[in-house]
Design a protein around this ligand. Structure first.
Ligand code: NAD
Length: 463
């Protein structure tokens, strides 16, 4: 065990330490991986036992609702309604993936002559072994679970390294799941980047979610070892507003997608691209943003809570300060709120060009920039003109216009008249370009990462 200590503090009050734990060094990770590898052999033997254990785990997570929701609010400042939603999604992910254990585990193929019909040619899915999961802080239960649940269902063991800012949540999850899983099958190793690297060096498959800078390193390190990996990374998601859109309705939806949970979702809206006259939507957006309840995330109506840590707050404030130098103006927001919590007023920026920093780099907080386009085609070009491609939304009343825009977008996920934020746990999730590396997550798509295949030919002897 290393001497380094991991500490998670509440964003509502930085003097409140939620949990501390020693960081797991290389040897501690090796011990966790060895335990996982030993437990995985037995775990992989019975699909029925896995389905039963994960079903029981889902019920346990369901029953722990109050504890989970309270901790999420305290540890990461997620507003109550969203914390309740994340808890419900976590239960559904576990219920859904528990049944994946019983999915067909292969295919059969016609065999070559001469004994085509008597020869059995088949491919059979098998677990990869120990899945190393590295997760961010912003969905402290749902993201670890949408990786761990399919990994476990398909017969892998899991070693999870959560973000230090969400350590208490991960430890609670470990405690709940382990009431129903065999020892060693699911282990949390606290730590920072070095612990993450130790996992990549020792696991059989790696799934990462976090920033693009780290994700690209993770994918490169896993690839250098020849193991499968997946990295879900940053986004700079656009909402395109066409001239026929319902301005008031679109502004309300975009305000929520940009500022809900203080904009700290990979699917948050960071750019609004307006085709034609931008003034009405900019004004409506500013009004909608100013109307969002900001404050204590435990309050029932709060939409905008604190940002996660002091560097995150500085990043938003620095971006707001830089707006004037990029030819833009702050329409609303851009200030810190005094007090023990890390609150920033939701910020709408106008007048920047698509190559301004704020329109090119992800700022993980409550800030959005409104850009102008002459035509729908130009809006698509601007939307695509960033290194990311996670999700884009389009606002229009015309289905032909929607389909034309959809066709041109370089995004993994596209939503029409809907917020960029929002995740369906049973549909494929992932992006293009530097937003994602490797196969998609969630639903049946998760099988691609967490299984490999044996191709088996069984012939009649001597044929
Ligand atoms: P981060 O990249 O700082 O950290 C993510 C995880 O990687 C943490 O567990 C961290 O400890 C670990 N890590 C850091 N350095 C590492 C290294 N060198 N090797 C291995 N692991 C290392 O991200 P964050 O601040 O926790 O989360 C915010 C980011 O996550 C944003 O960029 C957001 O867009 C992204 N995100 C993406 C998705 C998605 O599905 N695409 C979902 C949520 C968040």
């Amino acid at each position: 065990m290393s001497t380094a200590t991991i500490e998670s503090r509440s964003p509502q009050d930085q003097s409140e330490v939620v949990v501390t734990a020693p960081a797991s060094d290389r040897a501690a990770v090796a011990a966790a991986v060895a335990r996982a590898r030993a437990a995985q052999r037995e775990w992989s033997r019975s699909a029925l036992a896995r389905a039963d254990a994960l079903t029981a785990a889902a019920a346990a997570v369901d029953a722990a609702k109050d504890q989970i929701v309270d901790l999420m609010i305290r540890e990461v400042g997620k507003p109550l309604t969203e914390s309740v939603g994340e808890h419900a999604r976590s239960v559904r992910i576990l219920r859904y993936q528990s049944q994946s254990a019983l999915d067909p585990d292969g295919d059969t193929y016609p065999a070559a002559p001469p004994s085509d019909l008597r020869t059995l040619l088949l491919s059979r899915r098998r677990p990869r072994g120990v899945a190393g999961l590295i997760t961010p802080w912003n969905f402290p239960f749902a993201i670890p679970l949408w990786k761990a649940a399919p990994a476990l269902a398909y017969g892998n063991a899991v070693v999870l390294k959560p973000s230090s800012d969400a350590l208490a949540s991960a430890l609670l999850l470990e405690e709940i799941l382990n009431r129903h899983l065999p020892e060693g099958v699911f282990t949390v190793v606290p730590g920072g980047g070095e612990t993450g690297q130790a996992i990549i060096e020792q696991a059989d498959v790696v799934s990462f979610t976090g920033s693009t800078a780290v994700g690209l390193q993770v994918a490169a390190a896993a690839t250098a070892r020849g193991i499968a990996s997946q990295a879900e990374m940053g986004g700079l998601n656009a909402s395109i507003v066409l001239p026929d859109a319902d301005v008031e309705a679109a502004a309300k939806v975009i305000a929520g997608a940009a500022m809900g949970y203080a904009g700290q979702k990979c699917t948050a809206t960071g750019r609004v691209i307006v085709v034609g006259d931008a003034a009405p939507i900019t004004d409506a957006l500013a009004a909608a943003v100013e109307g969002l309840p900001l404050g204590d995330p435990a309050a029932a109506d709060t939409v905008v809570g604190p940002v996660i840590n002091p560097p995150a707050r500085d990043e938003v404030l620095d971006a707001a300060r830089a707006v004037a130098t990029d030819g833009g103006r702050i329409v609303t927001g851009g200030t810190a709120i005094d007090g023990p919590g890390l609150f920033v007023t939701p910020t709408v920026v106008d007048g920047q060009s698509p190559d301004a920093r704020l329109a090119q780099d992800e700022v993980f907080g409550p800030i959005v920039t409104v850009l102008r386009a002459e035509t729908a085609e130009q809006a698509v070009q601007i939307s695509n003109g960033v290194p990311f491609g996670l999700v884009t939304s389009v606002f229009t009343r015309d289905v032909d216009s929607a389909l034309t825009v959809v066709d041109g977008l370089e995004s993994g996920m596209i939503r029409v008249n809907m917020p960029t934020s929002g995740v369906d746990f049973h549909a494929p999730f992932g992006g293009e370009k530097q937003s994602s590396f490797g196969p998609r997550e969630q639903g049946k798509a998760a099988r691609e990462l967490y299984t490999s295949t044996h191709t088996i030919t069984i012939g009649p002897l001597g044929a």
